[in-house]
Design a protein around this ligand. Structure first.
Ligand code: 3AT
Ligand code: MN
Ligand code: MN
Length: 550
């Protein structure tokens, strides 16, 4: 007998073929995705292929050079080899015009991380066409050590792994636990980006259907501001696994049906039952895998979505009570809209309507403002604070007066030109961005503060002003993360100082924190006091209520 291959940990829910209407809805979904600029042209994609071929040649040369430097024979150096693998949206086949290429260099065991950071950057600029490599940034001490750069205008994230083989053939497969032998945690993490994406693709019945549905889901999640692992939402890999699971349950369905079922099943999912693409198999090595029966910390995962490659891990451990609620609310909205799309009452563009996080969803916000007086320190400081905002949200979730504490999924960068100490202090809380008006109605044109330079969105950063001889101009760089607050009914006190102090303490515990350069302020902001730059064109900023404060 020729049974069809079965995907997933349970039998499918339906093996029905798509109806004509479902196929038509899939076509209109693809049309809408095209209108939304979600696909890039064939010429652009060809450029990516050329860049990857070049990186493969550079990686091989890199390994050769290291072998020679180690005194190995020319024969050994030539046979050592290297392999360029990809992960992320490029590997999944859901990349758009602005996507980077997430790339991994696999090298034989004698080539180490230090060699990578010592040799690779120079070789890159030497071997790539002149002028095509720009903005090279080395991050050797990151969670996943990485070299970032632009190659012919394409952003590249390049990570590195050294495996236990003497030779790395171009057709090497990274599947199987054997590949992880002898690796430390960092090595495993570097390899697993590719291992996980490869597994996901292997575990869905129809790759094309999966990709189209995932494009729709990713665009929806981005527009609804519920896409960002670091802030406590699912990231790209987690959304991909959710969609993949739906594809397993409806192995013959069209993409439009997958999108609808995705909303309906994920909204009603019996959390904390995990989303699994395959059974978690015991490992041969000592590497820890997700296991709430064994590990206490795994029991706190509110929406566990588990990666399919050994060691299986939870991709959504950052999700909080509030982000879970907001995600479920959005899933409901998505399902309701998609229902109407499938019955011809709405079109797909309705699904992709921008969120109303600032324009409507909350009356009160916390502004978490990381500031610094140098651009370089601001880059690392804002990153450190960003990675902690979800903890603040977690503390707030436990506050009796707070029903929801939901972070916006990205920060807002601003620059402030300050002439006095007083102005510097104001800038650190972005008060110079707030438009003060005493009138009850907020209808007159907004005054622009002269010392404000907008850096958000597509506006260009103005060049630094010349310092005049008589006055010293200090530029304060700020990055603001917003947390929307929904109060419990009848809540009276809103003293959040305990939670805020705990959060601040956690941020400044960071070993690179420098109190002379960096500051962190958390301030209450009412919806009508939100700075203009958080609103996009066509959005109406909430106005002051007609009741005047006395
Ligand atoms: P784009 O099309 O690039 O926007 P993507 O899904 O490829 O979407 P990223 O390039 O940001 O998204 O991330 C690709 C993978 O890299 C996802 C995750 O496994 C890993 N990754 C991203 N950021 C981090 C990080 N800060 N720390 C560890 N891993 C990360
Ligand atoms: Mn990417
Ligand atoms: Mn990336």
């Amino acid at each position: 007998s020729s049974e069809p291959p079965r995907y997933g940990v349970t039998a499918p829910l339906s093996t029905a073929l798509p109806t004509e209407n479902e196929i038509a809805c899939t076509h209109s979904l693809i049309e809408e995705l095209k209108r939304q600029n979600n696909y890039e042209s064939a010429a652009e994609t060809n450029k990516r292929t050329v860049v990857l071929q070049s990186l493969q040649a550079i990686a091989e040369e890199f390994v050769k050079q290291v072998c020679r430097a180690q005194g190995k024979s020319e024969r050994v150096a030539n046979a050592a080899g290297a392999k360029i693998c990809t992960y992320g949206s490029f590997r999944l086949g859901v990349f758009g015009p602005g996507s980077d290429i997430d790339t991994l260099v696999v090298a034989p065991e004698n080539v180490k991380k230090d060699d990578y950071f010592k040799y690779f950057p120079d070789l890159l600029t030497k071997m790539a066409p002149k002028g095509s490599i720009t903005d090279v940034t080395l991050v050797p001490d990151a969670f996943v050590p990485i070299i970032k750069f632009e190659y012919s205008g394409i952003s590249i994230d390049l990570i590195f792994a050294s495996i236990h083989l003497e030779q790395v053939p171009r057709d090497l497969s990274l599947q199987g636990q054997d590949m992880l032998r002898g690796l430390d945690e960092a090595g495993v993490r570097s390899l697993n980006g590719t291992r996980v994406t490869d597994e996901i693709l292997a575990l869905v019945p129809q790759t094309g259907v999966f990709r189209t549905a995932l494009r729709g889901v990713k665009l929806w999640a981005q527009r609804r501001a519920i896409y960002a692992n670091i802030m406590g939402f699912p990231g790209g890999v987690a959304w991909a696994m959710m969609v993949a699971r739906i594809c397993q349950l409806y192995p013959k369905a069209a993409a439009s049906t997958i999108v609808l079922k995705f909303f309906r099943l994920m909204e009603k999912w019996q959390w904390p039952m995990p989303v699994l693409l395959k059974a978690i198999e015991p490992g041969e090595s000592l590497l820890k895998q997700w296991n709430p029966k064994l590990y206490h910390q795994d029991r706190f995962h509110l929406m566990p979505i588990i990666t399919p490659a050994f060691p299986c891990m939870c991709a959504t451990h950052n999700i909080t009570q509030s982000t879970k609620l907001v995600i479920q609310r959005e899933l409901k909205r998505g399902g309701d809209i998609t229902d109407k799309i499938m019955s011809g009452k709405l079109s797909w563009k309705e699904l992709f309507v921008k969120n109303t996080f600032f324009a409507k969803d909350y009356k009160y916000y916390l502004s978490v403002i990381a500031s610094s007086t140098s651009e370089e320190s601001q880059l690392i400081w804002s990153g450190a604070v960003e990675s902690k905002v979800r903890f603040l949200c977690g503390y707030l979730d436990s506050h009796p007066s707070i029903a929801i504490a939901c972070p916006f999924n990205k920060g807002f960068e601003r620059q402030h030109k300050c002439h006095t100490d007083e102005e510097i202090e104001k800038a650190k809380t972005c008060l110079d961005y707030q438009v003060k008006d005493s009138s009850a109605e907020n209808t007159e044109p907004k005054e622009q503060h002269s010392n404000v330079v907008e850096t958000n969105g597509h506006e260009e950063v103005k060049p630094k002003q010349e310092e005049s001889l008589t006055e010293k101009v200090t530029t304060v760089y700020t990055t603001t993360y917003y947390v929307g607050l929904e109060l419990e009914e009848g809540a009276k006190s809103l003293d959040l100082s305990f939670e805020v102090d705990k959060f601040k303490g956690r941020c400044i515990m960071w070993d690179k924190y420098d109190q002379d350069l960096m500051a962190l302020n958390v301030v209450h902001t009412k919806n009508c006091d939100l700075p203009d730059d958080v609103f996009t064109e066509g959005e109406v900023k909430p106005s002051r209520s007609s009741k005047k404060k006395t």
